[in-house]
Ligand binder design. Structure first.
Ligand code: XMP
Length: 514
């Protein structure tokens, strides 16, 4: 979907902050795309990027086997900013020298002294804190470059060639610890690249609706709505564009949280007057899952059954030309280097096979990061409780019940989870903690209630803070909140006599228990 006027290219050399760099650029209201370092100078010219940012990466710029850029891109007349490995690569490629550091390696918060008359540090404080993390450094700058920042152990903390518009910083302007990082990035984007900050969510919403209207014409669109923020925003954009030509199928597999199915139905049917079909398929899913304990089998059964139900329902509707999906940018980013190991098959329920006979797929959020999807959702008037909903796995509560799934276990878990969520909201923790939920552990233990012995279920509470869900820390929840949740669960939920709190980070544990 080409509706962007100006774009920055973020060239990925395998650094851990690649997506963060892209998000920071977007926060400056400049659209950007992440591409592998393998992109050629010709492709860059064709795309008409206004500037290029090289990310960091784990390699050494002087290592012949490390990732390199097409050197011809330096002849395109496009401004380039190199960050960390990207800075060293620029130095090495343009005739400077990079060396490994034996002693005094810099890691963490570091004071830098900058030249405020340089372009990169225009209006910056002469001394400030930045985030360093490197084991190599630029020893000699290439011809034409001036040093624009130094630190105690880094003689070239930044350099620039103002004639050719090339800039390099050894530190990471994208991380929060670099105090004036956003200013440095704005200086590059606005003053070097000449970007006009035209990437705004209100214009994204109106441009996308206009684009979809044109593209869809009088054809029909089908969407699998899960009630999660991505599919909700995608569906609503299409609905605003073509109204009742869109039909949404909401498969309620019965593994959703308490009252969730009703909430989704009421928002989309009543508030937005959408064509929504809710399929109550709880019995079907529970029958298929009966006696199944193995987590990956649960996922597989739910994924397959979901597709079956969806297909059956969509066949009743007759021909639909388009399928709308809530794919977002992090799902489509081409990574620069490497592949990570698959720990769990995170197939999303709602992920449909491509051969279901549609003329095309509509993915209005393909270019957006999650925080941008949320902004678009608010712009469209979706209630905050849906827009800020914590992530919820496609297989739902099935992977939060250890062992086999029964109606009774589901009810217990739904009630316990609802209490936890209510108390998190009451105590303002719902926005602070990134994901939190109750788990039916499958453990029974002995307790005493009144004067009698009990032998009942154990509920675990899980709450984590994380920025990317790849690693996570257990949240330090105040004891009085934990106490309140525990008391309420024991008192209000039948057949639970013990509540425990999970204090494991990821790794070594995962966020979900299955
Ligand atoms: P883990 O448990 O792997 O979870 O640390 C990381 C994030 O992914 C979610 N998750 C899933 N999402 N289908 C999904 O759509 C799945 O099968 C699945 N398993 C885990 C989890 O909730 C967390 O946000």
């Amino acid at each position: 979907m080409e509706i962007k006027n100006e774009a920055i290219l973020v060239m990925d050399f395998g650094g851990q902050y690649t997506q963060l760099i892209a998000r920071r650029v977007r926060e400056c209201n400049v659209y950007c795309e992440i591409k592998s370092y393998k992109i050629t100078a010709d492709e860059i010219r064709e795309k008409g990027y206004k500037g290029i940012i090289f990310t960091g990466g784990p390699n050494s710029a002087y290592d012949a086997n490390g990732p390199k850029c097409d050197p011809k891109l330096f002849e395109l007349g496009i401004p380039v900013l190199g960050i960390c490995y990207g800075a060293q690569l620029m130095a090495e490629t343009l005739g400077g020298k990079v060396i490994g550091i034996e002693e005094n390696r810099e890691y963490g918060k570091t004071e830098i002294e900058v030249n405020p008359s340089s372009l990169m540090f225009h209006n910056a404080q002469p001394k400030n804190i930045c985030w360093m993390s490197h084991t190599d450094r630029i020893e000699e700058v290439p011809h034409g470059f001036k040093i624009t920042a130094i630190s105690k152990d880094c003689p070239v903390a930044a350099m620039e060639d103002i004639q050719r518009n090339f800039f390099a910083v050894q530190f990471h302007p994208e991380v929060q610890h670099t105090v004036e990082g956003p200013l440095y990035l704005r200086n590059f984007l606005y003053n070097a690249c000449g970007c006009t900050a035209d990437w705004k969510m209100d214009s994204f919403v109106s441009d996308t609706i206009a684009y979809l209207k044109e593209k869809i014409g009088d054809k029909k669109v089908l969407c699998a709505l899960s009630g999660g923020v991505d599919s909700s925003v995608a569906a609503l954009l299409v609905h605003k564009a073509v109204g009742k030509q869109l039909t949404c199928i909401f498969v309620d597999h019965g593994l959703l949280r308490k009252d969730e199915g009703d909430q989704v139905e009421s928002v989309f049917k009543e508030q937005f007057d959408m064509n929504l079909i809710r399929v109550n398929a709880q019995d079907r899913f529970l029958t298929k899952l009966a006696g199944v304990s193995e987590p990956e089998r649960k996922r597989k059964i739910i994924g397959e059954e979901f597709i079956r139900v969806f297909e059956e329902e969509s066949q009743k509707l007759g021909k639909m030309e388009y399928l709308c999906q809530g794919t977002i940018y992090p799902d489509v980013v081409e990574s620069g280097v490497g592949e990570s190991a698959v720990i769990k098959s995170h197939h999303n329920v709602g992920g449909l096979p491509e051969d279901v006979g549609f003329e095309g797929i509509i993915e209005p959020l393909r270019d957006l990061f999650k925080d941008e999807v949320r902004k678009a959702g608010l712009e469209l008037g979706i209630p905050e409780f849906l827009v800020y909903r914590q992530p919820f796995p496609g297989p739902g509560l099935a992977i939060r019940i250890m062992g086999d799934i029964t109606q009774e276990k589901l009810e217990i878990l739904k009630d316990a989870d609802a209490i936890m969520r209510e108390e998190f909201a009451n105590n303002g923790l719902d926005r602070e903690v990134n994901q939190y939920f109750a788990v039916m552990t499958g453990i029974k233990s002995v307790g005493v209630m009144g004067d009698g012995r009990t032998y009942d279920n154990t509920i675990a509470l899980r709450a984590v803070t994380t920025s990317d869900f790849m690693t996570a820390d257990w949240a330090r929840i105040p004891y009085d909140v934990l106490e309140k949740i525990s008391n309420r669960i024991i008192n209000e939920v039948k057949n639970v006599n013990r509540v425990v709190y999970d204090i494991t980070s990821k790794p070594p544990a995962t966020i979900e228990w299955e």
